[in-house]
Structure formats: C-alpha cells, structure tokens
Design a protein. Structure first.
Length: 192
C-alpha cells in the first residue's frame, strides 16, 4: 500500500492498483490511533461517539460506508425541505418523498450499530474486568433515538423491517417538532 500527494490531490495504491477514493481503504488499513482528544469519546457530545462507532464499524463492515453516505444525503435533503418549506401547508407530502430511503438506510445503520456495540462490549467488558481484577464492571449501551430502544443482547435487536416501522412511527410523531426546529430531530444521526 502507498499513499501520497500529487499537488493537492491525495493518491492511494493498494497492491499496485490506484484507488479512486480513500473509502476503498476501509477494511484493508487496520490501525488504531489514540490521542488525548479521544477522551472526548466519554465526556464529549454524542456526535463524537457516533463518529467513533461508525469509523470502527466501517473498518469491520466496509459496506456500511454506502449506507451512512446514503442516509446523510437523504437526511440533508429532508432537512433542506424542512428549512425551505416550513410554512408550506403541503410540507408533509414533500417530506414523504424522503421518508422511504431515510427509513430504509436508517434501519440498517441502527441494526449494524447495535450489533457492533454489543460485540465490542463483550470484548471490552472482559478486558476491563481482567485489568481491574473483576472489581469493577464496564457498561455501555447504544441508545437509539429513532426507535427509543436500547438492547442488551443480540437476540433483542429487531429485524430491519421492524426497525423501519418503528423509525417511521417516530418520524411521524416528531413531525411538529421537526417543523418547529426546521431539522430532523430523531433517527440514527441523533443516537448515543
């Protein structure tokens, strides 16, 4: 693997082949870098934790990059609709156009994050117990704002169809709030 700059453009090669985008490195370059700023993971905003979780998840499951990018693109469109048309009486119909894709991608993200968090917790809890001589327990949970649930075991995580239904209901329940705030107030982009 090689990386370099050609003017202002980054260039990556893997096994002699030029990669068209840096996202193609996910799953191939497995490195962990820890810095003092990483303490923000615990004390910082949920956005910091989501980003760290998504980075790790994309390393393990590179296909998640597409789901995250698609979700963010549709979310951006929905939020633009909320901002530009907040006084439009037909805004609910306009928002319906974005809902199927938002819900579909959101459910996949929720499911993968929940599974990944539980898997990480298994390793982290065992290691933490070893480090502390089993005197302390490490606990962590993935709080899903899109469905208002959190899960303690993999078999508790619903299938994506159930998650899609729950996310749809929650979007409808938050519509008035979304209109007032001019942004989407629930979904995987608000999880912690």
């Amino acid at each position: 693997m090689s990386a370099g700059l050609d003017g202002k453009t980054r260039r990556f090669k893997l096994d002699g082949q030029v990669l068209t985008k840096s996202a193609d490195l996910y799953g191939h370059l497995r490195a962990v870098f820890f810095s003092p700023e990483d303490l923000e993971f615990i004390s910082g905003s949920p956005n910091v934790r989501r980003r760290a979780l998504d980075l790790g998840l994309c390393q393990k499951r590179p296909r998640m990059i597409g789901h995250l990018l698609d979700y963010r693109r549709v979310l951006k469109q929905r939020n633009a609709t909320l901002k530009q048309n907040s006084r439009n009486k037909d805004i609910a119909a306009l928002l319906q156009a974005w809902e199927p894709m938002l819900v579909k991608e959101g459910a996949k993200i929720i499911s993968e994050r929940a599974q990944y968090t539980l898997q990480l917790m298994g390793f982290a809890a065992d290691y933490y117990s070893y480090l502390t001589g089993a005197e302390e327990r490490l606990e962590c949970e993935y709080r899903c704002s899109g469905t208002r649930h959190h899960w303690k075991a993999p078999d508790e995580i619903p299938d994506t169809a159930t998650l899609e239904e729950a996310l749809t209901k929650n979007l409808h329940a938050h519509l008035e709030r979304d209109l007032a705030m001019k942004t989407t107030t629930c979904g995987p982009h608000r999880d912690d």
